[in-house]
Design a protein around this ligand. Structure first.
Ligand code: HEC
Length: 615
């Protein structure tokens, strides 16, 4: 039985009942029958092969796509993840399939005038940058001092929701806000960058980039005042003047047709470092895709002009024909070694650390699933620590014509490596992998100092986005869950998702707090995948179940929690709903806590809000 999106005949009936119209969105507004017909044709010929209703966790089923706002579907086709699959479609076809899948007309939710406020940043050149980038500091620790945070283990229990801001027409909120003076700057799935007043959530200015922004925003004080830096998924890098929201420069850095960006940019000493991944991992689902030729990269740009200074390829050699695939078409390689994570800066050693992902195909390289150290000024590879060998995997696995023989497990490093000063004063790199292993490495040469496993690991399990550290413990989010581990569990091997505290010096597990049970909450997954953040006495960690929780750093006891998977009245008048917390950590500053909620991917709970809590 086909389980295609709701039929158009149904919608006409449903919409005569106004209440029903409001609550069951996907049945509410009929679309033009000619558009629906064209959309269905496009869907059946171009999309259905991968997006069958019963699709696996890899490609969202058509039913899941039907819950997305049509603008978000269109954005995926025009500039996002599906731009390769949709490149031969006309504008009309893309718009039709987006409307057909969502069964809603393509409308733009307009944010009312009242949601805006006058922007002012007094003494801009001296305005304090309270949070910037993925981990909040160059070392990627996710740590804030008690003074910076203004929250403690004693006061955290009285955090209350202050405002909710809804991003219009999206189903995921992945860009982590930066904070300068009284303003938050945050990107969105449709490429809009909002500058929001920290106290009121009102919009000071808005900039629109060319594609989705997934990473964190970095803010750096320059001679002329604060500037914001970020990349979009189509690999355009932007520099904005924070005092006006105006563009200073823009550069596209991806050279491969399928280059993409997920990791956050980092700015240090007049250089912007940009990590690159690629969409080939998805394109391989097409049986005739000539797999594979892209490599993960890091590109270094001049902070003033965006001009390229150096470019590092994780796989040094260019891909070449390696033989024939099962269907007789040529095969290419080596490829992969993509960089999902945000780079980490070591000012003392002059190094930039990155984590890499799997090889897409054979031959494999010794640079996949690795931590690499590069010279900050030249990009030269200084050392390479490979955690997992022979991990040749792509979304064509298992069984697709582009799946390598003897596929690996997709054990990427997705999180930014953390450079931490141990209690004995010595530096250490700590980093977690999707294999559920955590490593302590010497930053000088990448030598393995300890290794601890906290679970089973899988393509969607293990350590996905992160950890945080206060120097004594590393707080590790373990995303193992029964869906992600499908086929890997038995009586002896049960998923144990949750938050783990490991001693930084030895890797010893000192406590663990299991992800609390979901109960009968619909669509809920028990797991901790988002990066945590830590202040003295308290770790903040989000769950795929939609909860933000504050744990005691001493024993993992929950000190405060809040369920974000619900509807919100928003300060900008747009319908707001929370969902799974995944991706970046929350941001803590000056007695406030900012949380992204909603992650409509991989069967997680969709949502579209940024929430501000205050003591
Ligand atoms: C080659 C297989 C393939 C084809 C063909 C394909 N998709 Fe996808 N699509 C995927 C996979 C895999 C994902 C999930 C990728 C991920 O999240 O990493 C995806 C994700 C999406 C998403 C979610 C994007 C997001 O930002 O979360 C949308 C929307 C989508 N596809 C729509 C379409 C439409 C419409 C078509 C036809 C025009 C299409 N896809 C064709 C494999 C495919």
């Amino acid at each position: 039985m086909m389980n295609l999106p709701p039929s158009i005949t149904f919608s006409g009936i449903a919409c005569s009942m106004l209440v029903f119209c409001r609550t069951t969105i996907s049945f509410s507004q009929p679309i033009d029958p000619a558009v629906a017909k064209l959309g269905m044709q496009v869907y059946m010929t171009t999309c259905h092969n991968c997006h069958k209703p019963e699709a696996s966790f890899k490609a969202p089923g058509s039913f899941i796509l039907s819950t997305m706002p049509p603008r978000a579907i269109l954005a995926a086709l025009e500039t996002g993840k599906m731009r390769v699959q949709a490149k031969d479609l006309t504008d009309e076809q893309r718009k039709a399939v987006a409307q057909y899948l969502a069964n809603k007309p393509l409308t733009e939710t307009v944010i009312p005038k009242e949601a805006y406020t006058a922007f002012s940043l007094p003494n801009a050149k001296k305005a304090a940058v309270l949070h910037s980038g993925w981990g909040g500091d160059l070392e990627g620790t996710g740590f804030r001092t008690a003074k910076q945070a203004g929250i403690s283990a004693v006061t955290v229990g009285s955090l209350k929701l202050k405002w909710a801001f809804a991003f219009p027409d999206v189903n995921q909120v992945r860009s982590k806000p930066a904070l300068v003076g009284n303003w938050l700057i945050v990107g969105s799935q449709l490429g809009d960058v909002y500058c929001l007043n920290k106290q009121s959530g009102k919009i000071g200015w808005k900039f629109t980039a060319k594609a989705a922004i997934r990473g964190a925003i970095s803010i750096v004080q320059q001679a002329s005042g604060p500037q914001a830096f970020f990349a979009d998924n189509a690999t355009n890098v932007y520099s904005l003047d924070v005092t006006t929201g105006k563009l200073l420069w823009e550069k596209r850095v991806g050279q491969h047709a399928q280059s993409a960006n997920t990791g956050s940019v980092v700015v240090y000493d007049n250089i912007v470092y940009v990590p690159l991944t690629s969409l080939e991992v998805v394109s391989v689902l097409l049986p005739n895709y000539p797999c594979c030729s892209s490599s993960g990269e890091v590109v270094a740009l001049n902070v003033r002009s965006g001009d390229e200074i150096w470019r590092h390829r994780v796989i040094a050699e260019e891909a070449a024909e390696t033989g024939k695939r099962k269907n007789g078409a040529p095969a290419y390689g080596p490829a992969g070694g993509i960089v999902w994570c945000s780079p980490t800066v070591d000012t003392k050693r002059g190094l930039l650390y990155i984590g890499t992902g799997e090889n897409y195909t054979y031959p494999v390289t010794n640079t996949s699933d690795a931590i690499q150290a590069l010279n900050l000024k030249t990009g030269k590879l200084i050392w390479n620590f490979q955690a997992t060998q022979n991990d040749a995997w792509n979304m064509g696995c298992p069984g697709g014509p582009n799946c390598p023989d003897k596929p690996g497990n997709d054990f990427d490093f997705g999180m930014a490596p953390i450079l931490v000063k141990q209690p004995n004063g010595k530096d250490m790199l700590v980093v977690g992998q999707k294999s559920a292993e955590v490593y302590g490495l010497s930053p000088d040469d990448g030598k393995l100092l300890w290794k601890t496993s906290v679970g089973l690991g899988s393509a969607l399990g293990g350590i996905h986005w992160g950890m945080a550290t206060d120097g004594q413990y590393a707080y590790v989010a373990n995303a193992d869950n029964k869906y992600a581990l499908f086929g890997k569990t038995d009586a002896q091997h049960q998923p144990a998702p949750g938050l783990y505290a490991l001693e930084v010096t030895t890797g010893k597990v000192v406590w663990k707090a299991a992800s609390p049970p979901c109960g009968d909450k619909k669509g809920c997954i028990e797991a901790n995948s988002a990066a945590p953040m830590v202040i003295p006495g308290v770790v903040f960690a989000g769950g795929l179940d939609g909860y933000i929780r504050a744990y005691s750093t001493t024993d993992g006891k929950i000190l405060w929690d809040y369920d974000t998977a619900r509807e919100f009245d928003t300060v900008n008048g747009v319908k707001g709903k929370g969902g799974s917390l995944d991706g970046p950590s929350p941001v803590v500053a000056d007695g406030m806590l900012f949380v992204n909620s909603g992650y409509g991917l991989f069967g997680e709970l969709p949502g579209n809000v940024l929430l501000a809590f205050e003591l």
